[in-house]
Design a protein around this ligand. Structure first.
Ligand code: GLU
Length: 332
């Protein structure tokens, strides 16, 4: 009896020892993806990626060697594109969603007053198109860019992509903030409420379509998106690969009674050359192998196509971890 107890306890000891060995060796790697406002589409992109990473991890469970790390992904709401790029540069975020124009300017250092030059910025893939939309309040009388003169306009919070793009739009039209009656800096989750309450007459927002924030004002209080095809916009699109023409289709919102023409950018997922090849490879693989889940997550993602995702809207070099996966999967 005594012998049995001794051998039982030593068996238990061996079990405990091997169990704790596995736990120590398989420590988790935490990483974060910067998104945008909670009512935007970037928030959906970041959280869709985390879900796909979690899915691939649970599928791999049991096949993993004890030394492989478990990946723990989070996708917090943030200020938007230029904030995300800045935080990746600081090493505070490992990934972020950013507009194609701000990816270009950060990598090339061409708008240092709006986004810090960042040569180590790397592209992972592009996601959905984002038309730049000027939403005008019901009864504001705003029909075109020139009608914004003297009006209360929300140009977006610092750190957001739309804020930077709105400022570029102002520069190209040869105006500054004094063109407006007032220029506010509300976040994307505040602007529709302000528009419906009459605190502002219009706002500018670069966002995937459809978007629940825009719907709040368009379907909720009669706000409408105006055409934006002035000569300066035509020149912006003609001169820069990171802009293209975009259409907000008739019927998308209650007040979209005909197709709206504007310019747009691509939403892209970026990282830093300092982030490991292993992590970028694992995230890229999780996304590309679960694209159907991604497409189902939001109507803005319906057209995701790997061949386009590895080139449209990308101006920073692809991260080597992403390239490794694209070559392996025959996408590149
Ligand atoms: N394009 C916006 C930005 O860069 C964010 C849009 C969104 O949250 O979907 O800040």
């Amino acid at each position: 009896m005594r012998k049995t107890i001794t051998s039982l306890s030593s068996a238990l000891l061996i079990f405990v020892a091997s169990f704790s060995f596995t736990t120590v060796a398989k420590s988790a790697e935490y990483f974060s993806i910067g998104t945008g406002g909670p009512t935007g589409v970037y928030f959906q992109v970041g959280n869709a990626i985390c879900k796909m990473v979690a899915k691939i991890q649970s599928k791999d469970h049991g096949r993993k060697k004890g030394t492989e790390k478990a990946l723990r992904c989070s996708a917090p709401s943030t200020g938007g594109s230029t904030y995300n790029i800045g935080q990746i540069m600081e090493g505070e975020l490992q990934f972020g969603v950013a507009q194609s124009d701000w990816q270009y300017h950060a990598y090339n250092g061409t708008k240092p007053d709006k986004v810090k030059p960042f040569k180590k910025l790397r592209a992972v893939f592009s996601a959905h198109p984002e038309p730049f939309q000027i939403l005008a309040g019901k009864g504001s009388g705003i029909k075109s860019w020139n009608d914004l003169k003297g009006k209360k306009v929300n140009i977006g919070n610092p750190g957001s992509g739309q804020r930077g793009t709105f400022e570029v739009l102002m520069e190209n039209h040869g105006v500054n903030k004094s063109f407006f009656g007032s220029a506010s800096e509300l976040t994307s989750s505040e602007q529709s409420g302000a528009l419906c309450d009459g605190k502002i007459d219009a706002y500018g927002y670069t966002v995937g379509i459809p978007n629940s924030g825009v719907a709040q004002a368009a379907d909720g209080c009669g706000a409408y998106i105006i055409n934006l095809n002035t000569d300066p916009v035509k020149k912006m699109v003609a001169d820069n690969d990171f802009y293209s023409w975009a259409t907000v289709p008739k019927g998308l919102y209650k007040t979209t009674s005909s197709n709206v023409t504007t310019f747009g950018v691509m939403a892209t997922v970026v990282t830093s050359a300092d982030v490991s090849d292993e992590l970028v490879y694992a995230v890229t693989k999780a996304v590309m192998e679960n694209l159907d889940d991604f497409r189902d997550d939001h109507p803005a993602f319906f057209a995701l196509d790997p061949k386009k995702m590895i080139k449209d809207g990308l101006s920073a070099p692809l991260h080597p971890g992403a390239i490794k996966y694209y070559k392996e999967a025959g996408i590149m």
